[in-house]
Design a binder for this molecule. Structure first.
Ligand code: MAN
Length: 351
């Protein structure tokens, strides 16, 4: 498999021990999957911080959000009704829970490498019954002076896409759930096309269909319709089980370029790319066959959930060719790597 990523020698850029938990009873298990944007002359990340209580012997414990705050659920590991084979999700008495509770936190940087927590900015935490298992993996699209934050909203009702908007990162307007379960990986294009907003998203179908990338359009960025399935998983490939869009597609002279993640049946996550028609992004015109990035480094292979590189944030240099992809490694660390867009193009197979 090819890997054309030039990883930062400073990786991991952020580890769980670099920041403090949001609550005295919790520890940070992972920080991962940052959304990325420019604001106030600096590079910012909105990272996912996944927390849980200190784990005791033979007990699995995890927090959930209730109307009055955080509640910790404890289950004996010997309980026959518990299935905890996946580090990320458990099933107890037929109900799924997440093993960690995620919130979103801002980090900022002058050089795109050293990030620190800025003072005076709020944490974004789950609100209401559709976000009681937390909010995750935020993508940020900047359109006509407004930042659109699309994130995964998790609750016992399922996994859907929530939207909040802001202009100053201090005040946020919540627009609720814009795409109902099961859906995630929603990336809004940063420019309207023929007067409409466009977004990539990833519904999942349990029976017929699969974990495919779809596109939708909207008159206002809030209400979405005209859905089309545009990219599918490929049997026998690195992206055979699930695929999902990364950050907002990059506008190039030849089309909209999306860097996406794909996973196989063994839950190994790699990155690839595909290209959509500039005027009509419903049309996919090219796709990479091999991944452009594969988990190879120690910090990508072992961690909370190993063999994972996952991105939902990037920054294109003014040179128009270099893109810095920020990514979650092994579901535990935040890392960075540079790519040349030309080099990604050389990997694309045109249909
Ligand atoms: C999957 C993984 C987890 C995530 C849940 C809910 O199990 O991507 O990391 O927490 O879905 O989104």
């Amino acid at each position: 498999m090819k890997d054309i990523a030039k990883r930062f020698p400073e990786n991991p850029l952020l580890s769980p021990t670099d920041i403090l938990p949001s609550h005295k009873d919790l520890q940070i298990a992972c920080i991962l999957n940052p959304g990325v944007f420019r604001f106030d002359g600096k590079t910012w990340m909105i990272i996912r911080v996944a927390e849980r209580p200190e784990q005791k012997n033979n007990i699995i414990s995890f927090p959930i959000l209730t109307q009055t705050g955080i509640e910790v659920v404890e289950i004996s590991k010997n309980d026959p009704e518990l299935d905890c084979t996946d580090a990320r999700v458990i099933n107890y008495k037929g109900v799924d829970y997440l093993t960690t509770l995620s919130h979103l936190r801002l980090m900022c940087s002058h050089d795109g490498v050293k990030f620190h927590e800025p003072e005076g900015y709020p944490l974004l935490i789950g609100q209401g019954e559709l976000e009681s298992f937390g909010i995750e993996d935020c993508r940020v699209a900047y359109i006509e002076g407004i930042y659109y934050l699309t994130y995964t909203a998790v609750s016992p009702n399922g996994v859907g896409v929530g939207l909040r908007t802001t202009v100053d990162w201090k005040n946020f307007q919540s627009h609720g759930m814009i795409l109902p379960p099961h859906n995630k990986d929603c990336a809004i294009f940063e420019e309207k096309i023929n007067g409409l907003f466009y977004a990539l998203h990833r519904p999942s179908s349990v029976a017929i269909g699969g974990n495919f990338i779809w596109i939708a359009s909207s008159p206002d960025g809030i209400h979405w319709g005209n859905h089309h399935c545009i990219l599918k998983t490929r049997k026998g490939f690195w992206d055979s089980a699930r695929i999902g869009a990364g950050a907002s597609p990059i506008k190039t002279a030849k089309g909209w370029l999306s860097i996406y993640h794909g996973a196989n049946e063994n839950h190994q996550y790699c990155l690839g790319a595909f290209l959509m028609d500039l005027e009509n992004p419903i049309k996919v015109i090219a796709r990479t066959e091999d991944p452009v990035m594969v988990a190879t480094q120690e910090y990508e292979l072992s961690g909370f959930f190993g063999h994972v590189v996952f991105t939902n944030g990037h920054m294109v240099d003014p040179d128009g060719d270099t893109v810095t992809v920020y990514y979650g490694a092994a579901d535990e660390f935040v890392c960075g790597a540079k790519f040349s867009i030309k080099e990604i193009f050389s990997q694309l197979r045109f249909h």
